[in-house]
Structure formats: C-alpha cells, structure tokens
Design a protein around this ligand. Structure first.
Ligand code: FPP
Length: 237
C-alpha cells in the first residue's frame, strides 16, 4: 500500500536542554543545535510532500526561563528570519511559505517586523506552509479568537446563536489551514503542553525518547510509517 503523507504535522521541539547537559554544553547551545534540526526537518517535510508543518518554538510560559536563555532563543529566531530574507529566492524555489503563529503582543517588535517581511516575501511559495509558533499558547489562541468573534457580535455582524465551530477555526492563528493529522513530541514527555489544543481534536500522537537535537529525517519517516498503521475513524466506526 502506498504510504500516506500527513497533510499537516505539528512538532514540539523538546529536549534541547537535556541534550546540551549530556554534552556539557550550555542550554543555549542545545537550542542552537535544535534550530539546525528545525531547518533540516522543514526542508525534508517539503520534499516528501507535507503541506503544513507547525513547530512549537516558544510558548507563552517560556518567558519564565532565565533571561540569558530567552535572549538566546530570540537571537536564534532573528538569525533564522534574517537568513530567510537573504535566501529569499532559494526558499521560494523550495516553496516554503513562512507564518508566525502566536500572540504578537509581548514579542520584541524587531522580531515581529522580521516575520512580517518574511511572511510577505514568502507568500508566493506554494509547496509547504511553515508555521513557527512563538509566544504561542493554545488557550490564549482560543481567547484571541473569542475576542475577535465577540467584536463581530458587538458590531452586529453575527448573532451569538449562529456561532459555530467553524467560526472558531476561522479566527484562530491557523485559519484556512488543515488541522494537524500527526503531532510529534520527542524527549520522552507525553504532554501536549498547550500546543494546538483546538486543532488537535482528531490528531494522532507520536512520542519518542529521542532528544530534539538528535532528531533526524529517518525519525520523521518512522513517525509517518507509524501514522500509516493507525486507523483513524474520526468518531465513526
Ligand atoms: C524545549 O526544550 C525547547 C524550547 C523551549 C525551544 C525550542 C526552540 C528551538 C529548537 C529553536 C527553534 C529555532 C527556530 C529558528 C524556529 P527544553 O529546553 O525544555 O529541553 P529540556 O526539557 O531538555 O530542558
């Protein structure tokens, strides 16, 4: 039987800190290694025909980490977005359309500006949509959607009794995208940690002990193979 490629994959990039500790490196070095794996997996996903991929890069709770670590992560985001701009042509050829998903307020303005530039300059790409979740929390995403819908009610555009699930889907950060078919969490943790909680209602989950900086294309293939052995019924029989 032909292997089915999930249309949308979500990835929780976990285990950078432990990987660094094992190697006697700083946590920031672990994130740097993780960022390189992010680049590789992004490309590979596009090559094998994944249409949407969402990476959990920084949660609304991650601001509680030591300032040095938060700064190092922000600098990795800056470096990636600068590189995406420098390699605009190459990325367009690879068909990578980049999106920021998260709560914009609270993210350094220069990073938001870089995102806006990269989102604009990659808009014509049409092979794979790459969502980078920064200052992202699934509950906050739903609150943000509810606020938008409440405003429409206030403006008389919609009646409360007419609000549907589709209205929520249309007002969350991933509006217009397919829900994730498969969510991957390495590093031996078995939690969703507030990631894509609305979108993952029918997702399959794949967990592994691999630490994110050690994650390879072969691991993505393994996750996809296991996904192919699942029987998704969406509440049917
Ligand atoms: C969780 O591992 C990982 C994060 C909080 C950061 C993830 C971000 C990256 C890999 C950088 C991505 C870069 C770009 C350009 C999108 P952890 O630090 O909690 O690991 P631990 O549980 O082992 O301590």
């Amino acid at each position: 039987m032909e292997r089915k490629i999930p249309e949308h994959i979500g990835i929780i990039m976990d285990g950078n800190g432990r990987w660094a500790k094992q190697k006697g490196l700083s946590r920031s070095e672990g994130h740097k290694a993780g960022a390189n794996v992010f680049r590789r997996i992004c490309e590979y996903a596009g090559e094998i025909g994944v249409k949407y991929i969402t990476f959990y890069a920084f949660s609304t709770e991650n601001w509680r980490r030591p300032p040095d670590e938060v700064n190092a992560l922000m600098n990795l985001f800056r470096a990636y977005l600068d590189e995406a701009e420098e390699r605009q042509e190459e990325n367009l050829q690879k068909g990578m359309r980049i999106h920021f998903i998260g709560h914009r307020e609270g993210v350094p303005t220069d990073i938001i500006e870089r995102f806006e530039t990269t989102e604009r300059d990659s808009r014509a790409a049409d092979k794979i949509d790459v969502n980078i979740a920064i200052n992202y929390g699934g509950r906050l995403e739903i609150v943000d959607a509810v606020k938008k819908i409440a405003q429409k009610v206030k403006d008389g555009e919609i009646n409360p009794e007419d609000i549907t699930e589709q209205d929520i889907s249309d007002n969350i950060y991933t509006a217009g995208q397919a829900d994730p078919d498969l969510i991957i969490r390495p590093s031996g943790e078995y939690r969703l940690s507030n990631f894509l909680i609305w979108q993952s209602a029918y997702s399959e989950f794949w967990f592994s002990d691999i630490l994110w900086p050690d994650f390879t294309e072969a691991d993505l293939d393994r996750a996809i193979d296991d996904f192919n052995n699942r029987n998704r019924r969406f509440g049917g029989v």
